[in-house]
Design a protein around this ligand. Sequence first.
Ligand code: DAH
Length: 338
Amino acid sequence: MPHPLEQLRDHALREIESARDEQSLEAARVRYLGRSGSISAWGDRMKTLGTEEKPIVGKLLNEVRNSVTAAIEARAETLRTEKESEALAKIDVSLPGTPSERGSLHPLTEMLDRSIDIFRRMGFALADGPDIEDEWHCFDALNTPPEHPARNEQDTFYLPDGRLLRTHTSTVQIRAMQAAPPPLRVIAPGACYRRDEIDATHSAQFHQIEGLYVDKNVSVGELKGSLEFFMRELFGPETAVQFRPHYFPFTEPSLEIYVKSKALKRGDQWIEVAGCGMVHPAVFEEVNKARGDTAYDPEKWTGFAFGLGMDRLAMILFDIPDIRLFAQNDLRFLKQFA
Ligand code: DAH
């Protein structure tokens, strides 16, 4: 004769197995294992049993509870899977899908990637510096005296604490030299900020790639060769490159770079694309002072530096008429570069 608990279990298992949905399964659970369920009732009945019977029935009760609980879980899982495959069966896989829109790189990002790639091939490493700078990195260390117009509040965004939004990426020249002794060959791409009147060619935020190369006997010839190579890689081998004398406080001599190329829309004009020059000895001296050594001894080391306007280059390369388009997020504009 099976024990009544065993009979109860067999009943329960059959009922669970035949439950057609979640509700009837839950009803079965409550009926057997709920607070006043028929299996749970045996818990109370235990108290009335004699000392011999108690451990045997106790053990049996445990087994019954476990197997019924396991059966409920297994049945629930089966019902879930059945429901899922029913739902899946209703999907018509022959229907056309919903295409996801393809993104593309922003033209400035594209320009930056191409430029970085060219400099990488020339052995330049990437350097970085903060957009919020101190006056020393932006001006003093770059041989720019306090009375220089760039330091005017009309031209530069100052923070209440005296710091500022960097007006050029030349700040990273200084940071790179503070961080490592020569020789050094780095580029630093990044955003710059000026309080310009905003129009088709001026924006309060624009982008530059700074370059710095310091070594023994670096010459103007190497400066010209490197940047000519860059311009021809970027604008095509037929590009003409011109260097015109200019003035920057942190280079001597200083030059501006102009390009002209038949491959460009404005192919018949010389277009100014960058500033460059040989690092001014005063810059090395100021870096030495900050480093507290003479690592950048201007008698031993020379270097060239350059600053390329990324927005400008992208406007020329992709024939974009207005710098403001870069920041307007108009998909009709951006999709043209996809
Ligand atoms: N910092 C200059 C500017 O923003 C550009 C520049 C000129 C950078 C000459 C240089 C350089 O490194 O040598 O107009």
